[in-house]
Write a protein that binds this ligand. Sequence first.
Ligand SMILES: *[C@@H]1O[C@H](CO)[C@@H](O)[C@H](O)[C@H]1NC(C)=O
Ligand SMILES: *[C@@H]1O[C@H](CO)[C@@H](O)[C@H](O)[C@H]1NC(C)=O
Ligand SMILES: *[C@@H]1O[C@H](CO)[C@@H](O)[C@H](O)[C@H]1NC(C)=O
Ligand SMILES: *[C@@H]1O[C@H](CO)[C@@H](O)[C@H](O)[C@H]1NC(C)=O
Ligand SMILES: *[C@@H]1O[C@H](CO)[C@@H](O)[C@H](O)[C@H]1NC(C)=O
Ligand SMILES: *[C@@H]1O[C@H](CO)[C@@H](O)[C@H](O)[C@H]1NC(C)=O
Ligand SMILES: *[C@@H]1O[C@H](CO)[C@@H](O)[C@H](O)[C@H]1NC(C)=O
Ligand SMILES: *[C@@H]1O[C@H](CO)[C@@H](O)[C@H](O)[C@H]1NC(C)=O
Ligand SMILES: *[C@@H]1O[C@H](CO)[C@@H](O)[C@H](O)[C@H]1NC(C)=O
Length: 606
Amino acid sequence: MASQSLKCTPIFQLLSLSLIISLSAVAEVEGLGVNWGTAASHPLPPQKVVELLKANDIGKVKLFDADPLVLQSLSASNIHVTVGVPNSMLRSLNSSLKAAESWVHDNLTRFVSDGASRVLIDYVAVGDEPFLQSYGEQFYPFVVGAAANIQTALFKANLAEKVKVVAPCSFDAFLSESGLPSKARFRPDVNRTMIELLTFLNRHRSPFFVTISPFQSYHENKNFSLDFALFREVAHARNDSHKTYRNSFDLSYDTIISALSTAGFPQVDVVIGRIGWPTDGAPNATSSLAQEFIKGLIDHLHSRSAKSSKRQDLPTEIYILSLLDEDKRSIAAGNFERHWGVFTFDGQAKYQVDLGQGSRKLVNAQDVQYLSPKWCVVNNNKDLLNTTALASDACAAADCTAVSPGGSCFNLSWPGNISYAFNSYYQQHDQNPESCDFAGLGLITTVDPSVDGCRFFVGLRTSLSISLQNSARFCSIISPMIEGVVRDRPSLAVVNKGPDLQGQPNSLGDNSFATQTGLIRNKHEEQQNGDKNSAGSSSSDADVQAAHRCLPRQPSVLPGTLDLPSIQRVVGSDSEEISSSSGSGGLMVAAQGSEGVVRPLAVAVV
Ligand SMILES: *[C@@H]1O[C@H](CO)[C@@H](O)[C@H](O)[C@H]1NC(C)=O
Ligand SMILES: *[C@@H]1O[C@H](CO)[C@@H](O)[C@H](O)[C@H]1NC(C)=O
Ligand SMILES: *[C@@H]1O[C@H](CO)[C@@H](O)[C@H](O)[C@H]1NC(C)=O
Ligand SMILES: *[C@@H]1O[C@H](CO)[C@@H](O)[C@H](O)[C@H]1NC(C)=O
Ligand SMILES: *[C@@H]1O[C@H](CO)[C@@H](O)[C@H](O)[C@H]1NC(C)=O
Ligand SMILES: *[C@@H]1O[C@H](CO)[C@@H](O)[C@H](O)[C@H]1NC(C)=O
Ligand SMILES: *[C@@H]1O[C@H](CO)[C@@H](O)[C@H](O)[C@H]1NC(C)=O
Ligand SMILES: *[C@@H]1O[C@H](CO)[C@@H](O)[C@H](O)[C@H]1NC(C)=O
Ligand SMILES: *[C@@H]1O[C@H](CO)[C@@H](O)[C@H](O)[C@H]1NC(C)=O
């Protein structure tokens, strides 16, 4: 009885109560949380994310690992947290209690301490959907052993009262004949382990975390209609013996409950660890349908909680997938995987739903630091025969999911989609000019190439200098590796002091102010750094361009404050002038510090 009333309290009874008596948003956030993943090349800084959570009264987050910076940013926030143990650690955590103890010591103990700065950690999620069928036996055989070792380590650290051990489970661990919940069971290959896991959870009174994905059910199974997935009134209902199902969520939820009951665990609490609707990368992955889904889900849970009091009628908690888009998520399951966010990668709400903030509009992330307003596009005036291979190299490293069929940029015709690929790569490499080379076919522009519905993004400025690690790889796939030209120089720009071409129109590939190295002029910077520095050491422009394209990277010689990513521009009226050494201006090699001032290192007269 006690746990029955507990069960009914957190999420939906309070939700409905709050509706009736117009209580503040406080009650509404009780059982609703979001997944906060950080599989992004340029993640929004954790502190900004926490501000975003607080501004929107989001009371719970589920993480996929235990990043200390993320946990620190959550300290004293009053946000309830689930930390994650990655699948890759399951094997060692299963075989070694010592490993589990040091995981708990390093990743939990100091954050859970009682001080004012404590992090409210409710759960440790051992593994991330280790039962996924596509993983085979890679991870799941270690789950229960790892969970037991973490549990023991928690007990020894005196944290077992505060923190519960869970193991998020994918929906494909369940099977049901003809899609009928009453016939649900576990997938035979994981049946035994699932029962061991449930026995473990039951013993420690921990909830069962599971994913429900009406989007994927709809996407993969032509038998489901969009109406059924989106809680629409007009949906064709389904009957299963005495029950009628009007939406995909109820059908999936009852499938889980039924399998748990059949296996002998009718009493375990169920938490929906992931549920959402993506907004790009597939047909029907749009913001308006995502909004309809999330709104439909929340309204549906309100109305169900008003009607029912039975145990397991409702999940105790629900975590929306996801808070933010992540451009490094695996797309093995589909291009939509990088677009689950209610917010874009830079923290802007894609649509309006009530995540806990009530009837207020969602608040966007504030004071987001972007790179300069520059984009990399294809240079239309070049022979574009070879761009397809270049674009697929770019897409292998960067994120081109928006140009995939059904994506928001799918309608860009060739070579607009090549430009999209180039830009994605360029932004992911912190706008490093080398990353817009593409064998001379790239062109940097200050005119936003975005067209309606298709956003050419500008990257976030981060402290992580990802370009350092990636540019060597870029060189090896696209440009020849040239060493020794400017070894000790932190970074380079090639500046051709030609006439002012500021304000030229540009779009996907107008190269009127292109240079062969794909850079553009900037009158302001040119003036700042003008002729007073014309006495630097000289080198041939072939050398400079070669070095520029494939600068050997030596992170150890970089001053700590130097902001490699946001370097320089090349100023020039005509690319041919630079490459033929007959241009009117000089070549200047420059570096830009984080304060944004271009500091010339060398000038070559041509
Ligand atoms: C998990 O660890 C235990 C204890 O070391 C070991 O006996 C067992 O074989 C391990 N499980 C797997 C699947 O390797
Ligand atoms: C703590 O968690 C982080 C992130 O998941 C992981 O890299 C690290 O190895 C963990 N610490 C220990 C001692 O396992
Ligand atoms: C599809 O739905 C129909 C009922 O609408 C059912 O009879 C059939 O078995 C379902 N097929 C699958 C593969 O779930
Ligand atoms: C799962 O395991 C239980 C207990 O071992 C057994 O009773 C049941 O028949 C199994 N179910 C399936 C579908 O294999
Ligand atoms: C489902 O059952 C209801 C009554 O319980 C019935 O009116 C309806 O026709 C049935 N629908 C289907 C598709 O069998
Ligand atoms: C969903 O996508 C399919 C194509 O897969 C399309 O035929 C249908 O019109 C789309 N529905 C909506 C509502 O966008
Ligand atoms: C295209 O690539 C091939 C092989 O990599 C190369 O031989 C050819 O010169 C390239 N064409 C152009 C126009 O760059
Ligand atoms: C793409 O173009 C087609 C036909 O012109 C149009 O129906 C569709 O809405 C467009 N899609 C997007 C995402 O703009
Ligand atoms: C760009 O569009 C062309 C033609 O529609 C297509 O063949 C090519 O694969 C696309 N490239 C990318 C990177 O999407």
